[in-house]
Design a binder for this molecule. Structure first.
Ligand SMILES: [Zn+2]
Length: 509
């Protein structure tokens, strides 16, 4: 990472004006020339052929920010009041800055031959593709609306892809989402391609058939339709728009200087620490957790589906991120990290032969993957597709083919080693809502999981080995079982809980 400029903030924070870009572009071209030796040098050190470089502005809002920059190898940063520093970084370094909790605004892409946002498919085209897919494969694909966007009232669509698609079967559920950030069309392309492969190859490819038959796969391809529509239809002034289009100032119209919420800072897990409380910030977390209809729609779907694992597709950075660091340790951290490395190993970077990077998510900023794990024990991975926001169209098919391998890995892994527990009443055989712990994993976020009350079912991915599993349910006698988790396949365990002795109501005089 190279520091290129430092000084007092002389322009509005959300610099997106055409005039501003015109002022910055000559600087960017100069930077591209200046940074050539740096890029060449980096190649020698294996950073990768053709890694795109971005000019980003990092706001130094606390002494801790300065410390974090030092930890990331950026020296000579002197904090003097309201200051920022401009850095010339790769997409991967941009991610590292964000995950370190820095407020980073992307200024301009340097040396890019990529496309402009208006080259990408319009929202209606994407909706048409989803409609045709569901209509052509009604026995395995169901499409329905899970919510409505904040500003233009666009529908937010979900797909369920499974055999017996209209029945909620007792199968592992995987939830995939994309497009939460407006400027990340690759995340949408990944979801669309995944849905099309699953439906269109169902009868052709035995592997696809086994996933569709044995899993319930849910896909939300465009979680922020307002933002996407804004970027591809009229994003000339703000090609890097990230948020939704919430009317923060309540004046009845959308104003990019004041409006919009960063949906991936709006989830109810450490929401209060994340992003910014300034509505004009690109990272504005919203007035309260789940304040936005888009995040509420996704939350409600997740709570209903109770996925065992999932992927939140983003772009860019060529990285797999897992929950989490920078906060109390998740009890499944070792396996989450291991699976992230396994997933990354099947995702090839633009530099052929290199795999995606792996890093922990920042657990303190209200992101979807962290909420999914904390609330549901869902192993959700944030996958940053590609190395630029708007790549050349000719590159998109390869990028999408790469991205879906992350989902394919997960489809296999959720049927691998783990506990498939069912809890029922010993007398009536009625499924029970139970609290489950794996004692060897210890205490912390994720330590207590709940069974699905309709099926009494809980699926918990575990490494092979011997575990003590404790199960407790209201008005039943709790038990602790020793369970041997087998390698390479799920271990089915049925626990029958005896009703506790009748409790006699106690009266007080
Ligand atoms: Zn994103």
């Amino acid at each position: 990472m190279r520091r290129v400029q430092q000084g007092q903030r002389v322009i509005p924070r959300q610099a997106g004006e055409v005039g501003y870009l015109l002022r910055v572009l000559p600087l960017a071209i100069l930077l591209a020339l200046l940074s050539l030796p740096l890029v060449m040098g980096a190649r020698k050190h294996g950073r990768g052929e053709g890694a795109r470089r971005l000019l980003v502005r990092v706001y130094l809002t606390s002494p801790g920010d300065q410390q974090r920059l030092h930890q990331l190898g950026i020296e000579d940063v002197v904090l003097q009041g309201d200051q920022y520093v401009d850095l010339n970084v790769t997409g991967e370094e941009l991610l590292a800055l964000r995950q370190a909790g820095m407020e980073v605004a992307l200024v301009v892409e340097i040396d890019t031959s990529g496309t402009a946002p208006h080259d990408w498919p319009q929202l209606e085209e994407l909706e048409g593709r989803l409609e045709r897919l569901a209509a052509a494969h009604p026995e395995i694909c169901r499409k329905w609306q899970i919510g409505t966007s904040a500003y233009w009232n666009f529908p937010i669509w979900a797909l369920k892809i499974s055999d017996n698609v209209n029945v909620d079967e007792d199968e592992p559920r995987v939830l995939v989402n994309g497009g939460i950030h407006a400027r990340e069309p690759l995340s949408i392309a990944a979801c669309m391609y995944l849905a099309e492969r699953l439906c269109e190859d169902y009868l052709l490819d035995p592997k696809v058939r086994s996933w569709v038959d044995e899993l319930e796969i849910y896909i939300v391809p465009v979680l922020n339709p307002d933002g996407y529509h804004y970027v591809v239809s009229q994003g000339i002034r703000f090609p890097w728009w990230r948020k939704n289009l919430a009317d923060n100032d309540g004046d009845g119209r959308f104003n990019p200087e004041a409006d919009g919420v960063d949906l991936n800072r709006n989830f109810a897990f450490n929401w209060q620490n994340g992003g910014s409380d300034d509505p004009s910030s690109w990272f504005y977390r919203g007035p309260r957790p789940f304040s936005e209809p888009e995040t509420r729609a996704f939350r409600d779907l997740a709570l209903q589906v109770r996925p065992v694992a999932g992927i939140s597709f983003h772009s860019c950075g060529e990285a797999v991120l897992f929950p989490w660091s920078n906060y109390v340790r998740p009890v499944d951290l070792d396996l989450l990290e291991h699976m992230a490395f396994q997933m990354a190993s099947v995702l090839e970077k633009r530099a052929r032969g290199e795999s995606y990077s792996v890093m922990p998510l920042n657990g303190r900023v209200g992101q979807s993957s962290c909420w999914l794990y904390a609330a549901l024990g869902c192993f959700d991975f944030t996958v940053e597709v590609g190395d630029e926001y708007f790549p050349e169209m000719a590159r998109v098919p390869r990028l999408a083919r790469t991205a879906v391998k992350a989902a394919y890995f997960l489809f296999d892994r959720v049927r691998g080693s783990g506990l498939w527990l069912r809890v029922v009443d010993a007398v009536t055989r009625v499924p029970l809502l139970a609290e489950v712990r794996v004692l060897e994993l210890g205490e912390g976020p994720g330590a207590v999981r709940r069974t699905d009350p309709f099926l009494g079912r809980l699926r918990w991915l575990l490494d092979p080995g011997r575990y003590r599993v404790s199960v407790a349910a209201l008005n039943h006698v709790g038990v602790t079982r020793v369970v041997e988790i087998e390698p390479g396949k799920p271990t089915e365990v049925l626990v029958e809980l005896a009703p506790s002795a009748q409790t006699v109501p106690l009266g007080n005089e």
